[in-house]
Design a protein around this ligand. Structure first.
Ligand code: UT7
Length: 344
């Protein structure tokens, strides 16, 4: 076989020049609601402090018997229904999460719940950037012609890992799931993206494994333990987000050959209303174009962007062809932006 012959199947499989479209969205949140007044009975805080510093008024919490895979599958099911796609048509499921039910991975449990028998499924961990990183990852599989139909879920149950005695962190987070269906499309609707990581700032936001030395033999010790609750330097994370998020959005817009004025919606990771306001102000984007639902859910990590997107779509705010500038940012540190157009 000549080298040209050997190359041919590769090019047929991997370089089809297909575009990417987001054709459906869905979300699911646990029923239990904890508002700021109720939270004030757990730690020394107040509705006034939480709402003025963060914009958060309440959050949903998974019950003691709830699971991540349950809300993740429900969000995915809702997204598939909107897209008019059956679970059996799905080629790939990506579950962006930092709070798996099983450290070996939770995406396969979601696959089984959905009955997506043909799909391969894996977890992706990039904290609050997980949805944007997952969107870009999914797009590569479609653009190379490997898969045609992908379900991307962002889901987190951070209540499992919050220190409920630490008022500096526990007031911020909530549980939830959001999902989108991403399909091969003649027109490419992922217009530009930019992803970043900086591990030198890892200590600013952690959910780290803490092992104790456990001797097995005289000169052999391994570590066994568990994960420590979320640790965060709030002011450092705030400064990082206010500085890096506008910059990464501008870079993604540059790649998309678009100006800020052409954006219909700014869709940021829902961490803090003050961060949303600061980024919008820096980019000179008016408040009416900023999607915000964190008052009701708090920071749901990888779920926050698809959860807010799904609400905005179902409310009729986001419509076909609207241009959305999204940005995720958080632990890693990691951050990124994806500029996409809604619909086929
Ligand atoms: O996905 C990314 C996740 N992380 C983030 O988005 C975090 C980004 N950072 C932030 O959102 C803000 O830094 C916070 C909301 C976390 C904190 O706001 P801040 O304006 O930076 O407050 P601070 O940490 O400077 O604390 C101010 C005061 C302190 O009291 P003293 O030392 O001035 O007497 C805190 O002890 O507020 C106190 N405080 C609280 N008081 C009532 C901190 N947390 C609370 C609380 N209730 N929950």
């Amino acid at each position: 076989m000549s080298s040209e012959d050997a190359m041919e199947p590769m090019s047929a499989q991997f370089f089809t020049g297909l575009g990417v479209a987001i054709t459906g969205s869905g979300s699911a949140t646990p029923e239990t609601n904890l508002d700021n007044a109720a939270l004030s009975q757990i730690v020394e805080t107040s509705d006034e402090w939480i709402s003025t510093r963060t914009g958060i008024r309440q959050r949903r919490l998974s019950s003691a018997y709830g699971s991540l895979n349950e809300i993740a599958a429900q969000a995915a099911q809702n997204a598939l229904e909107m897209a008019g796609v059956s679970p059996q048509e799905v080629d790939l499921i990506i579950l962006a999460t930092s709070t798996p039910d099983d450290l070996f991975g939770t995406a396969c449990l979601v696959q089984a719940r959905l009955g997506a028998t043909k799909a391969v499924a894996f977890d992706l961990t990039a904290a609050c950037s997980g949805f944007v990183f997952g969107l870009v990852t999914a797009a590569q599989f479609i653009r190379t012609g490997v898969y045609q139909t992908i379900v991307l879920i962002g889901a987190d149950v951070l209540s499992r890992w919050v220190d409920w005695g630490d008022r500096r962190t526990c007031v911020l987070f909530g549980d939830g799931a959001g999902a989108v269906v991403i399909q091969a499309n003649a027109r490419d609707r992922l217009l530009g993206f930019e992803l970043r990581s900086d591990g030198s700032q890892n200590a600013s936001l952690t959910l780290a494994y803490q092992g104790q030395a456990h001797p097995l033999l005289e000169n052999l010790a391994i570590a066994q333990g568990t994960f420590s609750p979320i640790g965060m330097n709030g002011q450092e994370v705030y400064r990082f987000a206010a500085r890096q998020v506008p910059e990464v959005i501008e870079k993604a817009l540059f790649r998309a050959n678009l100006s800020v004025e052409q954006i219909d919606w700014l869709l940021l990771h829902q961490a803090n209303q003050r961060i949303l306001d600061a980024v919008a102000q820096r980019l000179k984007i008016p408040n009416e174009k900023v999607i915000s639902n964190l008052a009701n859910y708090g920071n749901t990590s990888a779920a926050s962007i698809p959860l807010a997107l799904d609400e905005a779509v179902r409310q009729g705010k986001v419509q076909a062809n609207h241009i959305i500038a999204s940005s995720g940012f958080g632990a890693g540190l990691s951050w990124g932006s994806a500029i996409f157009q809604w619909g086929r």
